[in-house]
Design a protein around this ligand. Structure first.
Ligand code: PMP
Length: 310
């Protein structure tokens, strides 16, 4: 494949197949993982960045002088910065201070600027600060992935159709981590529109509130919420799986050591939840999950280390 525009490398990611029996699941059941970490910016958010920028350009919301400003844990910043390169846009991202340093370096490598928000205020603090900064700018575009319907739409248009085309069997369950909720809601809604009986399983780390638990810090990065995502209003999960840090990191390490899949901790959490689901469903079931980003952006946080039982 020969390309001359980085955006052509976004999407159409490969799929990895696991046999559920290798992980205590039912016989003839399969877990398929869409390897979103193989996007050019290393995460699923390349899809979102590309979609948001091209829609904004088409709608005339962006000119050469526009500053794109967005609160992000990092991956959306990388995706937006990649997509913005072709337009020479000024990009400014608000990131909680202690979030992955590697992601912050990647954002800078793409020519974007970073402003920090206090880590103890989480993503809500970054959102508040981005809104405040946008108010000071004469010409800004603030996509606000946490409330912008174009976030789930990006996955409804790309990831959902790819999964349906590429998975050879009928899909019983779709399992996805929830940060903004865009991946879960957009892909889930598309899959339901094809087959309304599909089960939609949301994944959160312990310390996230979807299952009623108290909000607290967690080491699994990229998923977890302090408030219910607004995208859940039109689409409720059939089940919510809460994964502890040790369990999520155990599977993150196992994916690397056993399969060579160098993914981040939200992928380990998604895999842990997919395994739970495979134990619940009858034999011969098909489960699809998402591995959202690569692990090399968390190396300074020691995400791999030794593979020890959770
Ligand atoms: N995994 C990682 C590593 C992420 O950065 C994100 C986005 N914050 C997600 C999963 C969740 O994606 P979404 O925002 O679409 O819910």
């Amino acid at each position: 494949m020969i390309v001359s525009d980085i955006k052509e490398l976004i999407g159409k990611t490969p799929i990895f197949q696991f046999l559920a029996t290798d992980y205590g699941g039912e016989s003839q059941s399969r877990i398929y993982a869409k390897l979103e970490y193989l996007n050019p910016g290393g995460s699923i958010k390349d899809r979102l960045g590309s979609y948001l920028i091209s829609e904004a350009v088409a709608a005339g919301r962006i000119t050469k002088d526009t500053t794109v400003i967005e609160p992000t844990a990092g991956n959306t910043g990388i995706g937006l910065a990649l997509a913005g390169l072709a337009y020479g846009l000024d990009m400014l991202f608000v990131i909680p201070e202690t979030f992955s340093q590697e992601k912050q370096q990647l954002i800078k490598a793409l020519g974007a600027r970073i402003i920090h928000s206090p880590s103890q205020e989480g993503m809500q603090g970054a959102i508040r600060k981005a809104k405040f900064l946008a108010d000071q700018l004469p010409n800004f575009f603030l996509p606000l992935q946490f409330e912008n319907e174009q976030n789930p739409a990006a996955y409804y248009r790309t990831l959902g159709p790819e999964i349906v085309q590429e998975i050879p069997e009928r899909i019983d369950s779709f399992v996805a981590g929830v940060g903004s909720g865009g991946t879960f809601a957009g892909t889930g809604e598309y899959l339901k529109s094809i087959d309304s009986t599909i089960r939609l399983i949301a994944v959160e780390p312990e310390g996230s509130i979807l299952n009623g638990g108290p909000a607290h810090e967690h080491a699994i990065e990229g998923i977890g919420v302090e408030e219910r995502p607004i995208f859940f209003k039109s689409l409720m999960p059939d089940s919510i799986e809460t994964i502890s840090d040790p369990e999520g990191f155990y599977y993150t390490r196992l994916l690397a050591a056993r399969h060579g899949l160098l993914v981040g901790s939200s992928s380990g959490a998604a895999f842990a939840a997919a395994i739970r689901e495979s134990k619940r469903l009858p034999k011969g079931s098909t489960i699809v999950t998402i591995f959202p980003d690569s692990g090399d952006r968390y190396l300074s946080k020691n995400i791999y280390g030794q593979l020890e039982e959770a």
